[in-house]
Each structure stands twice: as structure tokens, then as C-alpha cells.
Write a protein that binds this ligand. Sequence first.
Ligand SMILES: *Cc1c(COP(=O)(O)O)cnc(C)c1O
Length: 379
Amino acid sequence: MKKIWLSPPHLSGNELQKIQEVFQENWIAPVGPQIGEFEARISKFLGGSNYQVAALNSGTSALHLALKLLNIEKGDIVLCQSLSFVASVNPVLYLGAKPVFVDSEKETYNLSPYFLEQAIKSQIEKGKKPKAIIAIHIYGMPYKVDEIQRISNKYDIPVIEDAAEAMGSQFKNKLCGSFGDLAIFSFNGNKIITTSAGGALVCKNEIQKEKAIFWATQSKEAASFYLHKEIGFNYRMSNVLAAIGISQIDVLKKRVEKKREIQQFYSSFLNEVEGFKVYTAASEDFYSNHWLTILEIDPEKSPISVIDLMKRLAEKNIETRRIWKPLHTQPVFSEFDFYGETIAEEIFEKGLCLPSGTAMTKADLQFIKTELLAAVKYA
Ligand SMILES: *Cc1c(COP(=O)(O)O)cnc(C)c1O
């Protein structure tokens, strides 16, 4: 039986030719013309030279360098959305800084403006003003950009926009990745477009971009010998992978359309089931790329639990995943403050991510539909 994965890579078909060109020129290194071209393509996609892009080896390293650009140091406080993948917060710890976790609001699953402001006020009262906010468009759904920006402006705390899951998503017709003081994308294999592994940092000026690339290439000074005055990292994107990225960004628009069609498809029959609801945008302001379609299961009304549904589908070789477990409930982060209630935890309890690969055929989707409905019927 064929395995249906959650969100596997979907190649455009042009990648091999692009890689061949790179091989012919022997640019098999973390330097080469494709890196610059890929960066230029991302920058153009976002709207031009106001967005200065550094291609890196992961979204995680992009977040690490974003925090460094904001001078985050040991002991500093960084406000973080709890409902996310661990990569959103690990870089805070790399720097010895302290994450302070904030609950979600129900409409977008993202940072609750209310609890964000509570967290800021409380931390200031405790004697230390937070130095940055990491805001995330989780599962591709834009966060409440206006409200988060208002708080950022009011308290003069910069925003790092984690758009790892939201390339092609928009808030009020503006692309995600364009909002934060700094922003990041991920091109990991499971994301909407991929370079196998990779990421990008979006800066607002060239000085920031150059500093990020300097750190990403071992902080090598311009000298006739190897001279280093600062600690650096080996974070640059491989030129081979940048070649893949160029072919992938060509098809991004198509991928967004397909992801949205998949979400529509699931909605068309799952919303009919008692206790089921497919997660969707709260209003037209939020244009999600629906990186993953999420099914919300009301345990009081649904004929089947999240766990049992997962099991049933796994027996049919259909991969599903639970929602990100809120980070403030993770053992590794247990010592850090949290502001909120149980909204992120409730989202975690009731949500299930459904297969959302854009290369799925009509027959694949039909098969999933049949198995989903059978699981409900025979629960
Ligand atoms: C994937 C992801 C990252 C990290 O990206 P990598 O390229 O895997 O390092 C960061 N934040 C979120 C929300 C992600 O989903």
C-alpha cells in the first residue's frame, strides 16, 4: 500500500537541470551565483529592495541570527508564542536568553495580543523589559499583525516574524515575511517549498544582511589571512540547495493554490460530521497558505477521538500528526514563565493535522476521504 505523507516535498521538475548547471560550473560549495539569485528571487517576491535576504542553512539558524541582530544576550527576555515547533525558541536558549511564553488566541492559534501585553507589563514590573517578540504564523495562518504591531510600537519592542510555515500567506493583502523588524523562512523538506534543508533571513537593510552573512560564514574579517574578532557560525546555504530553491520559488504560487484547494476539499465533507470542524480563516483579512489542513475534533460531540482517528488512518498508511505541543508544557522549558490560560493546550488536545501534500492526486484525496468517513462510521 502506498504511503500518504503529511507534507512531503513536491518538486517542480526543473530542479535536476538547475543542479546540473551548478555541477558543470563546479559551484558545489556554500558560495556561488545561485545563492545570490535565490536571495534576489525571495526579495523580489516580497516586494523588492526593502527586503534584504540572506540565504542560510535552516530556518533555525535564521532565527538565531535575527536574535543576534537585535543584540539579544545572556539574561535577556524574549517573548515567544507557546504553540509552536521547538525551533522557534531554541535559538533564544543558544544565546543564554530567557523565553517567556505567551498563550494563543483562538481565531488564528497565534500570539494572544491580550496575554502578550500582560506578559510585557508583568516582566517590566519584575524589573526587566523584554527585548524582542517572536511572532509566528502557525500552520500558515497569519497572526493578528495589526494588534501585535500596535503592542510592539507601544512598548518599543521589535518583532521577529517567524514565517517558516507561511510563505505565500497574506494579512490584509500583504505577504507574510514582510511584517517583522526581521523575518525568517524555512525551506525544510516538509515546508510549502523546499531546498531539502534551508532557510532565509529577511532584513530591512543591507547592513543587517551583511552582518548576518558575516556571522554565517565564521565571522571572517576582510584581511589577507584568517582574522576573527567575533564568534561566528557555519550557517550559509549551500549553492547546490539554492539552485533547488530557485526552481521551487517558481512554483510557490501554484503550491499555495493547491494547499488551499486541499483545505477546501476536506472542509466540503468533514464539516458535515458532528463534532468535526476544519480550521479556517476568521475573516478575509487572513489569507492562509494552509500549509497543513487541521481538523478540530470536539471530544464531547465527535464519534471518534483524535488518537483513535490517527490510529485508524495509520493502519491505512495515511500519516497525520498532532498539533505542536505547547512549548511551555515541554519538560525542556519548564522553568520559564508563561502568561495565559489553556487556549494553546485546548488547541493541542483537539487538533489533528491532515495530509496536505500538494502532489496528492484526486485518487489520493478520494482515498483519504473514504477512510476518514469509514473511521467515523465504524468508530
Ligand atoms: C520549520 C520551522 C522552523 C525551523 O525551520 P528549520 O528550517 O527546520 O530549521 C521554525 N519555526 C517554525 C514555526 C517552523 O515550522
